[in-house]
Ligand binder design. Structure first.
Ligand code: FES
Length: 116
């Protein structure tokens, strides 16, 4: 806890200085150009643009979005530069990155099985 000017004790966490952004980069998500900053994850950029759904569920093809944000749940799988099953929350943006919504489990790898 830190002292505040009035003499009261603050329960806020101490600041650790200014966070500096990386260089601006441009990426593409489903054909839309997005401005991002180096060092950000793809998930952070998508949230900043209001994109909550990043894939569709395997069985019912319902929209799915970020859940844990730390690489554990695999709810944020996207297709990045033609490679499916990439976790958006664990993937730093790269200049020219081309990402897309992943529809079903194996888009781009093999035919999607019929779950009905
Ligand atoms: S949001 Fe859980 S693994 Fe990405």
């Amino acid at each position: 806890m830190s002292e505040v000017p009035s003499g009261q004790v603050s329960r806020r966490l101490p600041t650790h200085g200014v966070v500096e952004r990386g260089e601006p980069v441009t990426i593409e998500m489903d054909g839309e150009r997005l401005e991002a900053y180096a060092g950000e994850t793809l998930a952070a950029v998508l949230l900043a643009y209001g994109r909550r759904g990043v894939r569709t569920s395997v069985r019912f093809r319902l929209p799915r979005g970020l859940f844990c944000g730390m690489g554990s749940c695999y709810e944020c799988l996207v297709v990045v530069d033609g490679r499916p099953n990439i976790r958006a929350c664990m993937t730093p943006v790269q200049p020219g990155m081309r990402a897309g919504t992943q529809r079903g489990p194996f888009e781009g790898v093999r035919p999607v099985p019929d779950w009905s």
